[in-house]
Design a protein around this ligand. Structure first.
Ligand SMILES: *[C@@H]1O[C@H](CO)[C@@H](O)[C@H](O)[C@H]1NC(C)=O
Ligand SMILES: *[C@@H]1O[C@H](CO)[C@@H](O)[C@H](O)[C@H]1NC(C)=O
Ligand SMILES: *[C@@H]1O[C@H](CO)[C@@H](O)[C@H](O)[C@H]1NC(C)=O
Ligand SMILES: *[C@@H]1O[C@H](CO)[C@@H](O)[C@H](O)[C@H]1NC(C)=O
Ligand SMILES: *[C@@H]1O[C@H](CO)[C@@H](O)[C@H](O)[C@H]1NC(C)=O
Ligand SMILES: *[C@@H]1O[C@H](CO)[C@@H](O)[C@H](O)[C@H]1NC(C)=O
Ligand SMILES: *[C@@H]1O[C@H](CO)[C@@H](O)[C@H](O)[C@H]1NC(C)=O
Length: 547
């Protein structure tokens, strides 16, 4: 509300979309921050404008400061793979597609691929390369799998399908495996069997006791990695399905000391009947506005999912943490489904329609009914439907790119309402336009269960004694297909020295609360967040490691 006594409306900082680049060079359908200045994107081998070695590139680095795009040499087809960081800071890009693309002959199948991007400090991407060893492969072929780092710093890899199919999972890889391998055969999953045929890109979240929460279709479980047992949780209510091709999104709400009690939020998707052949579905079928929230304690599980609603119906959107613990909901469509062509009435080749252009904010800590707001939120003006991405950056704003419900890169043509989208935007929170606190330096590595003091500078406007101080340890995650895999926010107890020159915080007790690996520390004072300090949580050892 405009209150002339508090601040003149004209000067109040607001959320803004800003066009960052006209061309991302490739369609950014997978997006991950790999160092303080670089995002890494993958597309499929296609006819993208960015070239490498005389052919279209399908991997690229994006310089967050200069908006320059540099092609990466990718050997295998990374289309619709997943990815996450290991405890030693290497990012593993997992799985992908079988097929090649006309005119781009050098592609090798990516379904069993493990592509390694080692830690690279270069702010321009010089010398940063992707390494692909043909002998280092997944046990099963996986297109549309999910990946997350677990308590010992290795990755769990979940589900997917063996060969390309247009819509439902009709050739399932209903199993779990690990990288590095924990055994030589994949572990079969009854949960993935039960959640067919709508279980692609299962939404998986590493919980603070070391187990893994999973939701696919309208089913959810907790998976105990150490005993290989699945505990069934209640279904998502009201027939709402939340994994691909009915993409809803899921997120682990911020974890706080002393108990780090896990709560999961799952939003959007579709209430369609998944026995319906895709030819009988409509691009105009309303997506769901339903959010389901559960506390993963025995009492919380007994209580079950609690329902609330976004301000809009959404599918193909994403849920992303802000450093202050709020959740941003952005991108997506108001109707339809994931996938390219196939429904009865595609829009061009888009299975979805009615792009949702205005983001919403969810505040987990306030009373139900007041949690969603889009007050002061601008419209992006650019449809971000299937194959779009969003990620929080170390600068504290959001990088938004991609969208491509087309068979290749396609800018124009009859009926192309949703062209291949190459424009790159940032969504800038109000704190980007005011004086911000700064973390002046931070150790490269943080040990678990330790007290860390770092120098800070705090503007006068935020120096008052009643200021709300939050220090968050974040995994910025890996964005694709409406899910930000690996994303995590752990609040740390913190105090600021009397002279306002140093900040002391207490790191989490161990890798179950924050799996060892790369992290970003933000200081937020009265909802004004600093830029993030990049650190290694734990010893930086190769997995498996407990420190
Ligand atoms: C790219 O094409 C040019 C012109 O045909 C050729 O000279 C060059 O060797 C090619 N480069 C690669 C890496 O294939
Ligand atoms: C979940 O989906 C299955 C299969 O369509 C259905 O039988 C079941 O009733 C659904 N559960 C809820 C709670 O809607
Ligand atoms: C954080 O503070 C709370 C209460 O002030 C205390 O119980 C808890 O042990 C502290 N946690 C850590 C990780 O320091
Ligand atoms: C799908 O649509 C066709 C043609 O309209 C119809 O004959 C068929 O019964 C429908 N099938 C289902 C399962 O709805
Ligand atoms: C959202 O979907 C419901 C049906 O699930 C529909 O009744 C409602 O009109 C839709 N809302 C909007 C804003 O389209
Ligand atoms: C682009 O769209 C047009 C019109 O739908 C279609 O004819 C053409 O094949 C598409 N090109 C690619 C590369 O997908
Ligand atoms: C990290 O660990 C993985 C798995 O063991 C290994 O392949 C990779 O080379 C390691 N990276 C670094 C930087 O040591």
């Amino acid at each position: 509300m405009y209150d002339p006594l508090v601040s003149p409306a004209s000067s109040a900082p607001e959320w803004q979309f800003n066009l960052k680049a006209q061309s991302s060079g490739i369609v950014a359908l997978e997006s991950v921050i790999v160092n303080p200045n670089l995002a890494l994107w993958f597309d499929r081998p296609s006819n993208d404008p960015l070239q490498i070695d005389n052919h279209s590139a399908w991997g690229a680095l994006f310089n967050l400061q200069t908006a320059e795009v540099t092609a990466l040499n990718v050997i295998t087809n990374s289309f619709c793979g997943s990815g996450a960081f290991l405890s030693n800071g290497t990012m593993a890009s997992i799985g992908g597609d079988q097929m090649g693309f006309p005119g781009n002959p050098i592609i090798k199948p990516g379904t069993q691929a493990i592509r390694l991007f080692d830690p690279c400090a270069s702010l321009t991407g010089e010398g940063c390369t992707l390494f692909e060893d043909p002998n280092l492969i997944l046990i099963e072929k996986r297109w549309y799998p999910s990946t997350a780092r677990i308590f010992d710093g290795s990755l769990i890899i979940v589900g997917g399908m063996h060969e390309e199919a247009a819509f439902y999972n009709i050739d399932p890889a209903n199993s779990f495996e690990f990288f590095p391998r924990k055994e030589q055969t994949a572990r079969p999953s009854a949960f993935l069997e039960r959640s067919l045929p709508t279980n692609l890109f299962p939404r998986i979240l590493a919980l603070p006791d070391g187990s893994v929460f999973m939701v696919a279709n309208n089913q959810s479980i907790i998976y105990d990695v150490e005993t290989d047992t699945e505990t069934i949780l209640p279904d998502i209510p009201n027939g709402v399905r939340v994994s691909n091709p009915t993409d809803g999104s899921a997120i682990l709400l911020p974890l706080s000391p002393p108990d780090f009690t896990p709560e999961v939020l799952v939003c959007g998707g579709s209430n369609m009947d998944d026995r319906t052949p895709e030819q009988n579905l409509s691009s105009q079928h309303p997506a769901s506005s339903q959010c389901s929230r559960i506390t993963l304690t025995p009492e919380g599980i007994a209580k079950g999912w609690e329902i609330e609603h976004m301000l809009t119906n959404r599918t193909l959107h994403e849920l992303v943490h802000l450093p202050n613990g709020q959740i941003l909901v952005a991108n997506g469509a108001g109707t339809g489904f994931a996938g390219i062509g196939g429904v009865a009435d595609p829009v061009g080749t888009s299975n979805s329609d009615h792009a949702v252009l205005v983001p919403e904010l969810y505040t987990p800590s306030v009373l139900q009914g007041r949690r969603f707001s889009n007050e002061g939120m601008p419209s992006s003006g650019i449809a971000r439907v299937y194959h779009s991405t969003i990620t929080l950056t170390p600068q504290g704003n959001f990088l938004i790119a991609g969208s491509n419900p087309n068979g290749g890169s396609n800018f124009t043509g009859p009926g192309i309402k949703f062209p291949s989208e190459f424009r790159v935007q940032t969504l800038d929170p109000p704190f980007m336009f005011v004086e911000r606190p700064k973390i002046l330096s931070a150790p490269q590595k943080l040990a678990f269960g330790s007290s860390v003091t770092v120098p800070v500078s705090i503007p006068d406007s935020l120096s008052h004694d009643t200021a709300k101080i939050q220090v968050s340890l974040m995994d910025l995650g890996f964005s694709t297909h409406g899910f930000h895999t690996g994303a995590r926010l752990v609040f740390m107890n913190a105090t600021i020295s009397e002279d306002k020159k140093s900040l002391t915080f207490a790191t989490p007790p161990g890798g179950r609360v924050f799996p060892p690996g790369p992290a970003t520390v933000f200081l937020t004072i009265d909802d004004v967040s600093s830029e993030g300090a990049s650190v290694m949580m734990g010893g930086g050892n190769s997995p498996p490691t407990l420190e």
